[in-house]
Design a protein around this ligand. Structure first.
Ligand SMILES: [Zn+2]
Length: 187
């Protein structure tokens, strides 16, 4: 059984990278386990989540998720908060090349982005990415698919039934935003 590779790109000098990785891994691990219990088709049996600073070859069955500055004037919502409206964007062009971003604003001194929120948001954008579903199509399903994703948002059985069979879907990932540093290593 194959492994799902999830590449995370940090464009905002995140201070909580290890915890974001752990959170996202834990959601995928629960998804795989629950799919087994529900007897739902799941095309993978492990997940490999990694932060990248070099430019790996990203294949169409991988996920690539950017952590980026908000597009305009949004601030503070991810800093020491448990829950808030989903802040990310996944879009694809006419050729199906897909890009997922999680938006991370600068935090006030002493405040940090909440890793649990960011990890859950990454899973949410991963759902948009793998399922190629718009907000209107995905959000009514609730849980991790819902319009509001926070630290305490749970992965529902409905989410598992929807996402598990889609984990092997192939959509070209937009790797054009990766900054390649010669000689740097994956973290
Ligand atoms: Zn969404």
């Amino acid at each position: 059984m194959p492994t799902l590779k999830v590449y995370l790109v940090d464009n905002v000098a995140l201070t909580v990278k290890a915890d974001v990785k752990s959170q996202l891994e834990s959601v995928f691990t629960r998804l795989i386990a629950r799919a087994g219990q529900l007897k739902v088709t799941c095309g993978i049996d492990t997940v490999d989540v990694r932060w990248v600073t070099n430019c790996p070859t990203v294949n169409s069955d991988d996920l690539l998720i950017y952590f980026s500055s908000p597009p305009s004037g949004q601030g503070g919502f991810v800093c020491n908060q448990q829950s808030f409206g989903t802040r990310g964007l996944t879009s694809w062009n006419a050729q199906g090349v897909t890009r997922s971003d999680i938006f991370v604003p600068a935090c006030a001194p002493g405040a940090n982005p909440m890793a649990a929120v960011l990890g859950n948001l990454a899973f949410h954008e991963g759902m948009h990415n793998k399922l190629q579903m718009t907000n209107a199509q995905l959000h009514p399903h609730g849980g991790m698919a819902g319009a509001t994703v926070g630290a305490a948002t749970s992965l529902t059985d409905n989410n598992v039934r929807q996402m598990a069979p889609a984990l092997t879907n192939r959509h070209a990932q937009d790797a054009s935003g990766m900054v390649c540093l010669p000689g740097s290593l994956d973290l």
